[in-house]
Design a binder for this molecule. Structure first.
Ligand code: SF4
Length: 248
């Protein structure tokens, strides 16, 4: 069982698979409170959730909690075209590891590639889902972007190590805001540097949202890029493309 906030067809807006046609399932609940969060509605599970098609039209209204079987038996749960993805996003999908594994395992034989987007807080849950995952997008939350308590560096590192050792295609995303200093980025990169050959590093300039009112200045962004290049990372700088296209 899982509680979802929404399901929708769109184009992947973040990370290395940007632009790929994707069916997104957004799970409910998140233990973090990021300063730039654009899905505050995902913190609590609604009684019902909607599934929308690529044009944004409602396809289905379902009640929470829902089983993987009831999603899989819906007519819209079929891939579009020859290469499309099923993305589990949040909220934090790894609050529901049994569901993530079950739906990924059922989606693959239908022709979906499977993509897990996670805040990378729970390595045991991640290990459950990795065998059914084609691409895992891990977050590394810089402390300056968090309102919630705690330092999550150790958890992020454990998740990265598990994904790389499992030889799953992995990207690790760091959101950069105007408050990010080169020292803070350097400290994070030093921690993940031993694994740098096993994943691609995505530097994502923040899209102003919630408490983040300002975009990142281009010169500041390029200073961050220099920091990552000096430490021999394979990097991409990718903003949230769906926002600039006006997509969900
Ligand atoms: S992890 Fe994602 S859903 Fe949770 S607070 Fe951060 S941005 Fe929002």
């Amino acid at each position: 069982m899982v509680s979802l906030v929404e399901g929708f067809w769109s184009l992947q807006g973040e990370g290395p698979w940007v632009g790929a046609p994707t069916l997104f399932l957004r799970t409910a609940g998140c233990p973090l409170r990021c300063t730039y969060c654009d899905t505050v509605e995902s913190y609590e599970a609604p009684k019902e959730f909607e599934v929308r098609d690529l044009q944004g039209e409602g396809l289905h209204l379902m009640s929470n909690p829902v089983t993987a079987d009831s999603l899989l038996s819906a007519s819209w749960f079929q891939p579009k075209g020859l290469s499309c993805w099923l993305s589990l996003t949040g909220g934090e999908p790894l609050l529901w590891p049994g569901f993530c594994r079950e739906i990924f395992e059922a989606a693959r034989p239908r022709g979906f590639h499977t993509l897990l987007e996670t805040a990378a807080l729970d390595v045991a849950a991640l290990r459950q889902v990795l065998p059914a995952t084609d691409h895992v997008s891990l977050d590394y939350k810089l402390p300056s972007t968090l309102n919630s308590q705690g330092d999550h560096a150790d958890a992020h590192l454990a998740c990265l190590e598990a994904a790389v050792h499992a030889e799953i295609e992995t990207s690790l995303k760091i959101v950069l805001t105007p408050s990010t200093g080169p020292g803070e980025l350097q400290q994070a990169l030093r921690a993940i540097q031993p694994f740098r050959e096993g994943f691609s590093l995505v530097l994502q300039p923040v899209t102003p949202c919630l408490e983040e009112r300002e975009a990142l200045d281009a010169r500041q962004l390029l200073r961050m890029v220099e920091v990552a290049l000096d430490m021999d990372f394979r990097i991409r700088v990718l903003p949230q493309v769906h926002k600039s296209l006006g997509l969900a």
